[in-house]
Design a protein around this ligand. Structure first.
Ligand SMILES: [N-]=[N+]=N[C@@H]1[C@H](O)[C@@H](CO)O[C@H]1n1ccc(=O)[nH]c1=O
Length: 250
């Protein structure tokens, strides 16, 4: 794959193989435990295989931008009574500024969220000019100024019962008891999904039913790629041929 064109003029070549020295930003939305992280990982894994230039591809979780809680909110959070699925739970301004810095190829530190203590660790992940950035979260597309920064928006559309089953398994591993998990889901998570997350599906360029279990994801992206050429879709197009080639030979 050709490396980025270093052109003498102030315009980069916008063909398949080159693009401005700005990251390609992809938003992944969807309900809790819908498979957002798995879809990102699956695409990144394939991209890593295809990209001989070793471009840096990173995943950022919107959870890294949960705002700091006061003492009362922390007590509610420990009891499963704080609504982490409401837009107000996020530090919107910090997330927007971080996204703008990323879009401008500025090096930034992404905090790391601790689900046990419900706090952020500032010394998280340092990113320096990644080429492709996935941002995944339940409300990735809720805030317009953030939504407008994405070059591509995917929504992972997984059945609520499947998501609940996954979430129970995941939260038990985070040390929560079943009653806490189910009460929180029915009273906070499910209503917030229907009020704040599900309506953002209309902003998606590609809707992925069943998340990472959906092997046809590349076919959906292939049909989208045929209408808008960019180096990222070129990869997915190659991925489609590569996977069908494998399917033929295996
Ligand atoms: N509770 N709750 N729901 C949110 C949301 O559904 C999901 C977002 O990734 O993470 C969950 N979440 C967030 C912070 C936290 O400390 N614990 C937690 O379970």
């Amino acid at each position: 794959m050709a490396s980025r064109a270093e052109t003498g003029n102030d315009q980069n070549t916008y063909g398949l193989m080159t693009r401005p020295n700005k990251p390609f930003m992809i938003g992944i939305g969807g309900g809790t435990a819908s498979g957002k992280s798995s879809v990102c990982a699956k695409i990144i894994d394939q991209l890593r295989y295809l990209d001989s230039n070793g471009r840096q591809v990173v995943i950022i979780s919107q959870d890294a931008f949960y705002r700091d809680l006061n003492e009362d909110e922390k007590k509610k959070a420990i009891k499963g009574e704080f609504n982490f699925d409401h837009p107000d739970a996020f530090d919107y301004k910090r997330m927007l500024q971080t996204m703008k810095d990323l879009a401008a190829s500025k090096p930034i530190m992404i905090p790391k969220y601790n689900y046990i203590s419900c706090t952020k660790e500032e010394n998280g992940v340092f990113l320096e000019q990644p080429d492709v950035i996935f941002v995944e979260g339940i409300l990735t597309f809720y805030f317009k100024e953030i939504r407008d920064l994405f070059h591509m928006k995917l929504f992972v559309d997984t059945d609520a019962d499947t998501r609940l089953a996954r979430r129970v398994n995941r939260d038990v591993l985070r040390g929560r008891d079943l009653e806490h998990i189910l009460n929180q889901y029915t009273s906070l998570v499910k209503p917030a999904f229907e009020e704040f997350c599900l309506p953002t599906k209309k902003y998606a360029d590609v809707i992925i039913p069943r998340g990472a279990d959906n092997t046809g994801i590349y076919f959906c992206l292939y049909s989208f790629a045929s209408s808008s050429i960019s180096f990222f879709f070129f990869f997915l197009l190659s991925l489609l041929f590569f996977s069908s080639f494998l399917a033929f030979w295996l």
